[in-house]
Design a protein around this ligand. Structure first.
Ligand SMILES: [Zn+2]
Ligand SMILES: [Zn+2]
Length: 393
């Protein structure tokens, strides 16, 4: 009985509250904004809005806005730029942004279009190299060339600026004393073996994996696992690159999950993972690099994403447990020996069966392959025509 009374009381309370709030909202509607009437606007003095302060390297901007002093309406809005303030160095560091002064004496190679690559260490004597954003001749620095810092054993740290989008093969290979490396936030191409033999590098570690990073993303490049004993690996959500050989010879690994942010996986990344059963490859990669899954005896399931245009040399060589595979319509090149000796392969389905030819060097050897029989395709790819590069227009 008491509980029933309580419910009735709550009911009445809610009803009263409901009525009163309704009443209130009716009142709100009846309040009018101040009246407008036809008039000629009277410009007030300009004010600044949307201020983006200039930094050392980037111009800033602001809007100059004039409002009517009578009705408050916007009369005009003009976007204005403010020029970058430029770095000012004291003790090799910028007093405004804290960036370290770029190293002198590096070699550059112009691309002839306002950009250039760093081609070598040149006469630079620094142990701590800061790659400049602009070369002495005024080119924007966008690449670290292949082997640019190969075997520079004196180097202990390198900072690559955000203008750089590409790091070439072996760029820092065998820099035996290199400990600290900061890469570009805007990297979109990473060559094979860029950091191989850099045995003293300090990594950013997460989930048992070692990474090199940029200023904003410590996990940008996955270099290798901390140790090769785990059965399951999963890439960090922020990782975009998997270095060549990253998981090679992880003999205990049965599953490797690669997240979708990853856009590039280096050569031989999963080679000799003899217990690997399945790998999730991310949508968005365009290239199954050479030797990527070579000698993965137990690999059963691989879905080639339909962003892939090329399957590299020896990519699946000796994957003897692979039973079937679908070659998506996006694929235009299968390099030689990509599926060599995949003896368990029972069927290969090509989403596009027309226009495939076999090439030896650049000569077409067999034209217009008939790829309608999935069983026959499997034999052709893994044995009969495996020595050729397969291409379609
Ligand atoms: Zn007005
Ligand atoms: Zn600065």
């Amino acid at each position: 009985m008491n509980i029933k009374k309580l419910w009735i009381a709550i009911g009445i309370l809610l009803l009263v509250l409901g009525v009163s709030s309704c009443h209130q909202s009716k009142d709100d509607v009846s309040i009018n904004d101040s009246q407008t009437y036809p008039h000629t606007h009277t410009p007030s003095s300009g004010v600044t809005e949307n201020v983006a302060e200039p930094t050392c390297e980037k111009d800033g901007s602001y809007d100059e806005v004039v409002y009517c002093s009578e009705c408050g309406e916007e009369i005009s809005r003009t976007k204005k730029n403010t020029t970058a303030v430029a770095h000012q160095y004291k003790n090799e560091k910028c007093v405004f942004c804290g960036i370290e002064k770029a190293s002198d004496g590096l070699n550059f190679k112009s691309n002839g279009n306002g950009t250039c690559s760093v081609s070598g260490i040149g006469s630079c004597k620094d142990d701590d190299i800061v790659v400049p954003t602009v070369s002495p001749s005024g080119d924007r620095v966008t690449e670290i060339a292949s082997s640019a810092f190969y075997n520079c054993v004196g180097l202990t740290s390198i900072r690559i600026p955000d203008t750089v989008t590409s790091i070439g093969n072996d760029a820092f290979a065998d820099c035996a004393n290199l400990q600290s490396m900061i890469v570009s936030d805007n990297l979109n191409s990473l060559g094979a073996g860029a950091f191989s033999g850099c045995d003293r590098l300090q990594y950013n570690k997460a989930n048992g994996l070692c990474h090199l990073g940029s200023d904003h993303n410590p996990y940008l490049i996955l270099i290798k696992p901390e140790d090769k004993t785990q059965t399951l690996y999963e890439t960090n959500q922020n990782t975009a690159f998997i270095d060549s050989y990253a998981f090679s010879s992880c003999e205990n690994a049965t599953n490797i999950i690669v997240h979708d942010r990853v856009t590039s996986i280096g050569a031989c990344a999963f080679q000799d993972c003899s217990n690997l059963i399945s790998v999730t490859l991310p949508e968005g990669i365009t290239y199954i690099a050479g030797c990527m899954f070579k000698n993965c005896d137990n690999l059963k399931n691989v879905t080639i994403p339909n962003s892939v245009t090329k399957i590299g040399e020896q990519a699946f060589e000796n994957c003897k447990s692979l039973e079937s595979i679908v070659i998506p319509a996006s694929v235009k090149t299968i390099e030689k020996n990509a599926f060599k000796n995949c003896s368990g392969l029972e069927g290969v389905r090509f989403e596009k069966t027309n226009g495939w030819h076999c090439f030896d060097l650049s000569e077409p050897v067999i034209s217009d392959l008939d790829l309608t029989n999935e069983e026959k395709n499997a034999l052709s790819l893994s044995f009969r025509y495996t020595d050729y590069t397969w291409k379609r227009a």
